[in-house]
Design a protein around this ligand. Structure first.
Ligand code: SF4
Ligand code: SF4
Length: 370
């Protein structure tokens, strides 16, 4: 059972090991890295093994964030990256600690041997880890991945079969990705299909076929995600001749034109989302509305993003809402052990905190709304 005090002790011990392992120079380098400071995304800590991506997907927003098409490994060595995370004030290590998500601004397996080095070192933290990929991962590579000592949740992205030439011209083929699902699931992983982005009026109708193919290949869950657009992405899709009438009705086009670097969500309707959730269940896949649920469910821990409180819960077998939550006194004690001064108060099963900058950490420790 989850105890925040044990988690805090575990974190301090892990940190001590890395304090002793790394030289002063390495520690200084790690502290300057954004992993040591970045506030986590709602779904956990995005950890980057590579920066920049050569796959050039038409719908990808990383090129609006000043990343380019030439991939480069991150500047930190694997143990420096781990230290950097350990020093982030919102990060806590351990199985019940912060969720880690890899692959948000690049393809993590562009440098396959390097990816293994990073994943092995990150697994020393014990946190639930998830990666999303479009790469072909062979049978033997998948076997090697399966020996990594933490709960690892693979997400394989497939969003189209008919429009790959337009939407994902340089990514590995869908057949190769289905083979990746096969290889990972044969190696013992619970693989989730990452069905994101679903672009209203463009690839929505393909979802049923993709769900069936992924299930046949061995996937056991699906994450159904919407689409984030920028003006540059909109223009690129338009120039490629796609019919964007449906999409244009769901986003504020005036704002999109006026704020070209801002990302806007193009939502699915409630009806569309419910239809896909139902279809997934009929096919035999566990549906998730958010990636953190897939990660938490795979690790068998209560979702620290509190999806079970915020309308994102699809009531998967993980049953977060039924699990007991730690007493507030234990959360306070954990914060004290971590050396943090954060006043917290319990009110109607919500937690009120004095310092918002530790919001994510307190949410992970308490599994409550803040
Ligand atoms: S593989 Fe992912 S990161 Fe790379 S271009 Fe496609 S969407 Fe972007
Ligand atoms: S029970 Fe709900 S909140 Fe928990 S992991 Fe499953 S879908 Fe997410």
């Amino acid at each position: 059972m989850f105890d925040p005090v044990e988690l805090a002790f575990y974190h301090n011990e892990t940190l001590k090991k890395y304090e002793e392992k790394l030289s002063e120079e390495q520690k200084q380098k790690a502290l300057k890295d954004p992993h040591a400071r970045r506030y986590p995304r709602p779904c956990g800590f995005t950890v980057h093994l590579v920066v920049g991506c050569p796959f050039d997907c038409t719908y990808c927003y990383i090129y609006d964030m000043n990343f380019d098409r030439t991939p480069k490994p991150v500047q930190l060595k694997p143990d420096e990256l781990v230290y950097s995370l350990l020093k982030n004030p919102n990060f806590i290590s351990g199985r019940w600690g912060s969720l880690i998500a890899i692959g948000s601004i690049s393809e993590p397996f562009i440098f396959p041997e390097l990816a293994l080095d990073y994943l092995r070192e990150l697994s020393m933290l014990g946190n639930p880890m998830q990666f999303s990929t479009k790469s072909y991962l062979s049978r033997s590579y998948s076997e090697t991945l399966s020996h990594i000592k933490t709960t690892l949740n693979p997400l394989v992205t497939i969003v189209t079969i008919e429009l790959t030439d337009i939407l994902e011209p340089k990514a590995p083929s869908v057949d190769k990705r289905l083979e990746t699902i096969r290889n990972l699931s044969s190696a013992g992983f619970k693989v989730s299909l990452f069905l994101r982005p679903i672009i209203a009026g463009v690839n929505y109708e393909e979802a049923e076929t993709i769900l069936k193919l992924a299930h046949e290949a061995g996937a056991n869950a699906v994450i159904i995600g919407s689409f984030r657009i920028t003006y540059r992405i909109y223009m690129r899709l338009k120039e490629l001749g796609l019919n964007l009438r449906e999409l244009e009705g769901r986003v504020n086009m005036r704002k999109l034109r006026k704020m070209p670097s801002k990302q806007f969500t193009v939502p699915l309707t409630q009806k569309e989302r419910s239809k896909l959730i139902l279809l997934a269940r009929e096919i035999g896949l566990t549906p998730f509305k958010s990636a953190c649920c897939s990660n938490s469910s795979n690790a068998g821990v209560t979702c620290p993003s509190i999806c079970f409180e915020t309308g994102f819960c699809t009531k998967c077998p993980n049953m977060c809402q039924e699990r007991p939550r730690p007493a507030v006194a234990r959360v306070k004690e954990a914060l004290r052990i971590l050396g943090l001064t954060v006043c917290i108060e319990n009110s109607n099963d919500m937690i009120l905190i004095s310092d918002r900058k530790y919001r994510s950490l307190v949410q992970v420790l308490s599994r409550r709304l803040l």
